[in-house]
Design a protein around this ligand. Structure first.
Ligand SMILES: *Cc1c(COP(=O)(O)O)cnc(C)c1O
Length: 373
């Protein structure tokens, strides 16, 4: 089955005894045992598994083309599970512009447990210089948040295999509809389902999808079950509902983002537009190979600097000034003020999550705000 079909029918793995067409919400935390001590319903306790979570994991797994999926209560909980599954003193090679929240986990929670190097993963010649005897993992994030860098997952996949490393890709910005990293040799895909997968800015969630059920994956499943950072049945229910329209939402986000990027690129008050669907993007060729479209996220830098950037963020009417991304409503954020002084993000950068409003309204809104500076 193709993705649009999987997104709609992927959850219908078990026909319900009551004949529901749409999956029901299963709030029970505990499930009956039979006289032999077994669990005839296939579930024992909701932390371990739940019908709604099983449907969500099954659907995400099939959309990514993996062997198994583990859903979590947030994207950060999913990321933390990977770090926890590594042996102490393992070394990770991670991108220098790694999503701020996960970089902060490494720096403040795993600083005495793991070793890490933050490097430019696009610098193919230099990468081998960062290998250490204890290097166990390469972490990529593509497109990256908020610098919208795109990495050559195929090249990194071969590099990981040659050096026996576990290759993880945070594919949140692409969603399972625009990019399937497992195809390029990624071992584990991470999604913050809070973003495009949820798509309505009302559910927090995360997921890991594995290419194979190996020993490392068993550790991850164990941490999920025993650690317990799992999504509630209602979160899973909402995410499954969202996934049914994911494909068409991604088409709309990408179409709007492409047109907005083209408009902003030609605007005299804009210094640069970072969007993988633009020919001017430094990784345009790689992005055209990895992704079906440029996606729904772009960043812009403003010629007049930080003050002008915050003026624009304050004067847009349709782009809500708020963190997060991937919802139907457009959002804008000055990332530097969130990430702080150690961030690589330029002070005049605004990150834009392009929503599903009419593109003419969105362009008009930017045009009005830019006219005022
Ligand atoms: C938001 C985000 C995360 C973290 O997800 P939460 O659901 O907020 O915990 C991880 N990676 C990327 C790229 C993100 O944008």
């Amino acid at each position: 089955m193709k993705k649009e079909t999987l997104a709609i029918h992927g959850a219908s793995i078990e026909k319900s005894s009551t004949g529901d067409v749409s999956p029901s919400l299963h709030l029970s935390t505990t499930f009956f045992r039979d006289e032999n001590g077994g669990y005839p319903g296939g579930h024992m306790y909701t932390r371990v598994s739940n019908p709604n979570r099983k449907q969500l994991e099954h659907t995400l797994c099939s959309l990514e083309g993996g062997e198994d999926c583990a859903a979590f209560s947030s994207g950060n909980a999913a990321g933390m599970t990977i770090f926890q599954a590594l042996e102490p003193n393992s070394h990770i090679i991670a991108p220098d512009d790694m999503y701020w929240g996960l970089k902060k986990q490494l720096l403040t929670i795993f600083n005495n447990i793991l070793e890490f190097s933050f490097v430019d993963l696009n610098n193919k010649e230099e990468l081998k210089n960062y290998l250490q005897p204890n290097t166990k993992m390469i972490w990529a994030e593509s497109p990256s948040n908020p610098l919208i860098k795109v990495y050559d997952l195929e090249w990194l996949g071969n590099f990981s295999k040659a050096n026996k490393l576990i290759f993880v890709c945070d594919s949140t910005f692409a969603s399972p509809c625009l990019q399937n990293p497992i195809k390029y040799g990624v071992d584990i895909v991470l999604h913050s389902s809070t973003k495009f997968i949820g798509g309505h800015s009302d559910v927090l969630g995360g997921a890991l999808i594995t290419a194979k059920k190996d020993e490392f994956w068993s550790k991850i499943k164990n941490i999920q079950e025993i650690g317990g950072a799992v999504p509630s049945p209602f979160d899973c229910f909402l995410l499954l509902r969202s996934i049914k329209t994911l494909h068409y939402r991604m088409l709309g986000h990408a179409q709007n983002a492409q047109l907005l990027a083209e408009y902003l690129e030609n605007h005299p008050k804009i210094e640069s537009v970072l969007y993988p669907g633009l020919k001017s993007h430094p990784n345009y060729e790689v992005a055209s190979r990895m992704m079906k479209s440029g996606g729904g996220m772009l960043s812009v830098t403003i010629k007049d600097g930080e003050k002008a950037a915050s003026f624009i963020a304050n004067n847009l009417k349709l782009f809500a000034q708020a963190t997060s991304l991937g919802g139907v409503e457009s959002l804008i954020e000055h990332r530097y003020s969130v990430e702080g002084p150690n961030s690589l993000t330029p002070k005049n950068l605004l990150r834009v999550s392009v929503g599903l409003e009419n593109i003419e309204d969105l362009i008009q809104d930017f045009s009005d705000a830019l006219d005022k500076i």
